[in-house]
Design a protein around this ligand. Structure first.
Ligand SMILES: [Zn+2]
Length: 218
């Protein structure tokens, strides 16, 4: 399992700027903490940047695609002209079922952890969601333009990271449970004859036997 973690902006692109605070720094701080939590859980992580450097959107996608990451998580802060706008929202690529599910788990856990306003899961063809080949989400953690939200981002980066990591871990477990369940259903139907680890490989011989059984050949 390999997760690509993408701290939004960086280098000459600060992202949102409020007073002395730049979005690129907040994103990186949270993203590095996510990496540390996931690595402790034996989940491999590749970062699209791990310091303050300029990385364009295609480079970010290339890093994830070339490393064959299983999922892509982009970390951002929101900003709006009206300072009353606040809360957390998570984006997935339109019609990506796995992306939607991952986004929902992550969204729920952040809101649970930080008690931010739940703005829900949304769908957009953002560049990094569109040009990554794996299921991808973009997290708008909270609004830098809202004073209370900015306080949370500055005071509780660990809680944001923990929420995003918890959501990711719960999502991965749910995928594993679902696949184990699917394997058991095939076993009960007699299409496969033993219990397989959902992540183990299938040989051509096993694959041929399964197809023959489905076709009623033996
Ligand atoms: Zn951003």
């Amino acid at each position: 399992m390999l997760i690509a973690v993408d701290p939004g902006h960086g280098g000459k692109d600060p992202g949102a700027v409020v007073g002395d605070y730049k979005e690129k720094d907040i994103n990186l701080n949270i993203a590095l903490k996510i990496r540390d939590i996931l690595v402790k859980e034996n989940i491999s992580v590749i970062m699209t940047r791990d310091k303050d450097e300029t990385v364009d959107l295609q480079q970010r996608c290339d890093i994830a695609n070339k490393s064959k990451a299983d999922y892509f998580i982009s970390i951002h802060c929101n900003s709006f002209t009206d300072p009353s706008a606040n809360g957390t929202e998570t984006y997935a690529y339109p019609r990506s079922l796995a992306g939607r599910n991952l986004a929902q788990y992550v969204q729920n856990e952040i809101v649970e952890m930080l008690k931010t306003t739940n703005r829900g899961v949304k769908y957009e063809s953002f560049y990094v969601l569109k040009h990554t080949v794996m299921p991808a989400i973009l997290v708008e953690t909270a609004f830098m333009s809202n004073p209370q939200n900015l306080d949370l981002l500055l005071q509780k980066p660990d809680a944001f990271a923990q929420g995003i990591a918890n959501g990711t871990i719960k999502f991965l477990k749910s995928v594993n449970y679902k696949q184990t369940d699917d394997i058991e259903k095939l076993q009960m139907k007699g299409i496969i004859d033993k219990h397989y680890d959902p992540k183990s490989y299938v040989t051509w011989g096993e694959f041929a036997s399964v197809i023959l059984k489905i076709l009623g050949g033996r």
